[in-house]
Design a protein around this ligand. Sequence first.
Ligand code: MG
Length: 391
Amino acid sequence: MKTISVLGSTGSIGTQTLEVVRAMKEEIQIYALTANTQLSLLEKQIREFKPKLAVLMDENAAKELRARVRDLPVQVLAGMEGMIAAAVYESVDMVVTAVSGSIGLRPTLAALEVGKNIALANKETLVAAGELVTNLAVQKGCSIIPVDSEHSAIFQCLEANSAKAGAGSRGSGFKIILTASGGPFLGWKKEQLASVTPAMALKHPNWTMGAKITIDSATMMNKGLEVIEAHFLFQVDYDQIEVLIHPQSIVHSMVEFCDGSIIAQLGMPDMRLPIQYALSYPERWNVCFNKLSLAGKTINFEQPDWEAFPALKLAYQCGKRGGTLPAVMNAANEICVHAFLHSRIKYHEIFEITERACRDHKPVKADNLQTVLEADAWAREYAQRIISGKK
Ligand code: MG
C-alpha cells in the first residue's frame, strides 16, 4: 500500500488524482490533501478520503474548515507551512504536486530533502528551478515521475527501450519529439490573434484543464514550459527536443533513437492515465478510464507556426541561456495570464510583457532557492508594474 499527499487536491489534476485513488483503494491511501481556497470541495474530499492532514492556504478559510470537520480525526493547517508539512510527513511515499504555478517550488524541494518520490504535475517548479530540483533528487535518490501527459509519454518510451535513460540520468543517443495540440487557435495568423478574448482562449479543443494551463496552451507557452521541463527531467540538450503539432492529441509524445527508430505512446487525451502511471510505476494497474479505439482515426503532424506563437521560441531561448531566466519567464507569464483572465491586458500582451521582463533581466546562476525566489519576485513585480502602468 502506497501513502500519498496530494498538493492542490481541488484543482483539475488534484480531483482527477482522487478519481484514480478512488478506483485503486486497496493500493493507495491519502495522508494529506491541500488546497488553495476551495473550502467546500476540500471538506467533501476529507469526508471521502479521510486524510490525517488537510491544508488551506488562507488562514481564515482553514479556521472555518477546522470548525466544519470537528467530528473527524483530521488536523487542519494553513499556508505554506501546512503545505510543507503535508509534503514531508514520515510515512508518505509519494507527493503529488498538482498545484499551479511556482508556489509548488518550496514544498517540492522540502519533500525531496527528506527523500520523497514526486509525481510531478507542477511543471513551473522544474522551469523555475530545474537544476536545483533535479540535483537534489539525484543526491537524495528520489524519483521524479512526470504527470504531464507528454513527459509521461516520453518517460514510458524511454522505459520501453532497453537502452534505459529514465528521468534523472543524462540522456544521449535519442531525441525527444514533444507533441502539441496547437490549442484553440491552431492555424490562426498573428493578425487574427489580436482579437482573442479570455472566453475564446479558455476553450481547448481536446483537453479539460485548469484556467492557467489552458491559456498557456492557447499562447503555446505551455509547450515552451514543457520543452524546459523535458530538458531537466530527461537531462537532454535543447537541440535534442523537437516540437511537432499533432492536433488530435492521440500520440502524447515520442522518442527517436539513434538508429532512426521512433517509439511513441498513444492514448485518449485523459489526464487520469498519466496520473495513474505515476502512482502505479513501476507497475501498471488494471484500471482503464477511457480506452482509445484506433480504427478510423486519422493522425497528422506539422511544424509549429513560430511567428504566430512566439512564446515557444522565447522558451527555447530562455532555456538555452539558463540561470534565472526561465524562472523570470515563468513568473512574468503567470502574472500576465492572470491579468489577461481578468481582462486587464490583451492576448498578445501576455507574450510582449513576458518577453520584456526576460530582456530586462540580468540572469545569474540559479543554484540556490533564495536566488530563484528573488528572480521570481523581481519578474512578478516587473510585470505588475507594466500592467498597472497601462491603466
Ligand atoms: Mg502537457
